[in-house]
Write a protein that binds this ligand. Structure first.
Ligand SMILES: Cc1ncc(C[n+]2csc(CCOP(=O)(O)OP(=O)(O)O)c2C)c(N)n1
Ligand SMILES: [Mg+2]
Length: 337
C-alpha cells in the first residue's frame, strides 16, 4: 500500500530557472563535501581524527535541498551526515576541520562535542544531540516559534530512516501538522541503521508513507539526483512560506561507506551490494549530466578540483595547528555560570 507521492523525474530538464553557474556551484559543493569527507577518513586512519561519520552518497540529497533554502534566513537542523548541507548553508571547510580536530575554535561546540554535530549561531544551524532524532522535535518547535512571530522562515531538518522510528519523529510530525508549521522533514533513506536493513526497521517500504498518516504530504524522491531533490524541496519551501504547513520528504540515497569509522560494513553487507555502490554515486551522476549538457568541460573540472584540493589542504593544516580548548574551560556551557 502506498500513500505518498513517489517522484521519479531524472535530473529534470525543466530546470530552466537554474543558470549554468548555479548548476556548477551545486556541483562544486558536492565535490567539496566529498573531498573533505575523504580527507577525514585519511586523518582518522592516520590516528589524527578520533571519529568520522560520512556523507558520501548523500551529497545530492543535501545539496539539492539546501539550494532551495535561504542562507541566513531559514533554520537548518542537520544530522551527523549533513556535511554537504552545512557547507551550502555557509560553514567553511576550516570550521568543519576545527570540529574534526576538536579544537577550541570549532564553531559547533568549541571542541566539546563529537565531530559532525554541526552547529553555527551565525548561520542558524542548530546542533543535534547524540541520541538520534532530537533535532526533529527542535525543528517543530522552531517552526512554531516562527509562526507565532509571524515570520516566513522555514525550519529544515534531516535524519536517517532508522531515526524515523524514534518517538521524536512522530511527536514532531504530529505537532507540525496539527499547527500547520513551516517545517521540512528530510529523511535521508540509505536503507541501513548501522547494520540493520530497512526491512527490519519498519513494515512500510517508504518512509514517505508516514507523512499522510499525520496529515502532511509525504514525497519520495531519488536523493542521488540533485535536481530532483532541489525541485521537491523548492515546492515544500514555497508551501511552508505560504503558511500551508509541513512536508515530509524521503530522499532515497546510498551509504557509500561503513556507518562510521568504528564500523566494518563488510560483516553485514553482501559484497555484490558493496561493489554496486559506485554505480549510484551521486557526484559521478551529476558530473555526467553536466558534461552531457555542455555545462562543465574538462578544463573547468580540473580547475575546480585543484581549487578544492587547495581548500581542503589549507583547512586541514590550519585546523591542525589551531589550539586545543583550555582545560580550565571544561565546564563552560555545561552549567549556568
Ligand atoms: C536514541 C539512539 N539510539 C541509538 C543510537 C545509536 N545510533 C547512532 S546512529 C544509529 C543509526 C541511525 O540510522 P539512520 O537513522 O538510518 O541514519 P544513518 O546513520 O543510516 O544515516 C544508531 C542506532 C543513538 N545515537 N541514539
Ligand atoms: Mg539509514
Amino acid at each position: 500500500m502506498t500513500l505518498s507521492d513517489h517522484i521519479s523525474y531524472a535530473l529534470v530538464d525543466e530546470q530552466d530557472e537554474l543558470s549554468s553557474d548555479t548548476l556548477r556551484e551545486m556541483y562544486r559543493y558536492m565535490l567539496l563535501a566529498r573531498a573533505l569527507d575523504e580527507r577525514m577518513w585519511l586523518l582518522n586512519r592516520a590516528g589524527k581524527a578520533p571519529f568520522v561519520i560520512s556523507c558520501q552518497g548523500h551529497e545530492a540529497a543535501q545539496v539539492g535541498a539546501a539550494f532551495a533554502l535561504q542562507r541566513g534566513k531559514d533554520f537548518t537542523l542537520p544530522y551527523y551526515r549533513g556535511l554537504a548541507t552545512v557547507l551550502v548553508m555557509g560553514m567553511t571547510p576550516l570550521e568543519v576541520m576545527l570540529g574534526v580536530f576538536a579544537r577550541a575554535a570549532d564553531p559547533s561546540s568549541g571542541g566539546r562535542q563529537m565531530p559532525a554535530h554541526y552547529g553555527s549561531r551565525r548561520l542558524k544551524i542548530v546542533t543535534q544531540s547524540s541520541p538520534v532524532g532530537t533535532q526533529i522535535a527542535h525543528a517543530a518547535g522552531i517552526g512554531l516559534a516562527e509562526k507565532i512571530r509571524g515570520g516566513d522562515a522555514v525550519a529544515w531538518t534531516s535524519f536517517g530512516e532508522g531515526t524515523s522510528s524514534q518517538g521524536d519523529f512522530h511527536e514532531a510530525l504530529n505537532l507540525a501538522a496539527v499547527h500547520n508549521l513551516p517545517v521540512i522533514f528530510q529523511c535521508e533513506n540509505n536503507e541501513y541503521a548501522i547494520s540493520v536493513p530497512q526491512r527490519m526497521q519498519m513494515a512500510v517500504t517508504s518512509v514517505a508513507d508516514r507523512g499522510p498518516a499525520y496529515g502532511m504530504p509525504g514525497i519520495s524522491v531519488d536523493g542521488t539526483d540533485v535536481l530532483a531533490t532541489y525541485e521537491v524541496t523548492r515546492r515544500a519551501v514555497e508551501r511552508a512560506r505560504r503558511g500551508d504547513g509541513p512536508t515530509l520528504i524521503e530522499a532515497r540515497v546510498v551509504r557509500m561507506t561503513a556507518h562510521s569509522s568504528d564500523d566494518n560494513d563488510r560483516t553485514y553487507r553482501p559484497s555484490s551490494e558493496l561493489q554496486a555502490l559506485k554505480q549510484h554515486d551521486p557526484v559521478a551522476r551529476f558530473r555526467g549530466y553536466l558534461r552531457e549538457h555542455g555545462i562543465l568541460d574538462e578544463v573547468q573540472e580540473r580547475e575546480l578540483r585543484e581549487q578544492i584540493g587547495h581548500a581542503v589542504n589549507e583547512a586541514t593544516e590550519q585546523a591542525e595547528r589551531a589550539p586545543m580548548a583550555d582545560p580550565e574551560t571544561l565546564l563552560e556551557h555545561v552549567f549556568a555560570g
